[in-house]
Ligand binder design. Structure first.
Ligand code: GLP
Length: 256
């Protein structure tokens, strides 16, 4: 796996945006795998800026990793709304080319099957990933086993707590989500995992440590031939101090 360490998140973001731009200008029908969360927000800002400078998204297809179960598409914290607000409404991508799981589907199993069929029809060229501070990717949470394809997942306490910052109270955070599975993520031709800030340092170190474990879902990326971790200095901090990562992320206390 390649690791690119930048002195700031802003510089790291420009690097990833340039990779996306290069794909969009090179391919006739590029497919982008997209993520939500605070990490890629500035990537989307940068892509909107590129669009204002002439980059067209009219031939692009996007497939998002995940969506909360139980939030309407226009709920301020739904991932559909996040994508509409931060990217889709500001570029010339046809709305019918943008795919996210439907967390309001009456039959969630059928919705997972529908999403896998979309993934089969549109192989992802470039997948953007963030990482949870517990090492999750998409919403593939640490567990004794991981699902390969799109599935419904119970969110961990840690993830609910981490995501509560976007809601007025922790009780409002949905407890379930639909997420692409690990195998679907690994099928992307190229993967860029972005991680910024000290609270991601443990997950980054464990993901890169050489051990593949379902307890750190991002460690499965080691099995992919074309993954780049794009980090700022803080997220890269434990790569120089692997002993710190022996502790669980929940035990690091003041280090985070
Ligand atoms: C969320 C998303 C992930 C995201 C992660 C980190 O729960 N499901 O796709 O990468 O958590 O989010 P953030 O970038 O806000 O730290």
């Amino acid at each position: 796996m390649k690791v690119r360490r930048f002195s700031t998140a802003a510089l790291a973001t420009v690097y990833v945006a340039a990779q996306v731009e290069s794909l969009i200008t090179r391919e006739a029908e590029p497919v982008l795998g997209l993520a939500t969360g605070s990490t890629p927000i500035n990537l989307y800002r940068q892509l909107v800026e590129f669009h204002r400078q002439g980059l067209s998204f009219s031939h692009v297809t996007t497939i998002n990793l995940d969506e909360y179960v139980g939030l309407q598409a226009d709920h301020p914290q739904s991932y559909r709304r996040f994508m509409d607000d931060n990217l889709f409404s500001q570029v010339d991508i046809p709305p019918s080319n943008t795919f996210l799981p439907n967390g309001m589907a009456p039959n969630l199993d059928r919705e997972c099957g529908r999403y896998d069929a979309i993934l089969d029809a549109h192989p992802i060229d470039l997948q953007i990933l963030g990482i949870g501070r517990n090492g999750h990717i998409g919403f593939n949470e640490p567990d004794i086993s991981l699902k390969t394809q799109t599935h419904v997942i119970d969110l961990t306490e840690d993830t609910i707590r981490a995501n509560a910052r976007f809601f007025s109270t922790e009780a409002e955070v949905p407890t379930r989500a639909i997420t692409m599975g690990i195998q679907s993520i690994l099928q992307a031709k190229a993967i860029f995992l972005m991680a910024f800030g000290r609270d991601k340092a443990w997950a980054v170190q464990r993901a890169l440590s050489g051990e593949v474990s379902t307890e750190v879902p991002a460690s499965f990326l080691q099995m992919h031939p074309n993954v780049t971790f794009v980090l700022d200095e803080e997220a890269a901090e434990m790569l120089d101090d692997p002993h710190a990562a022996v502790l669980g992320h929940e035990n690091l206390g003041s280090r985070l």
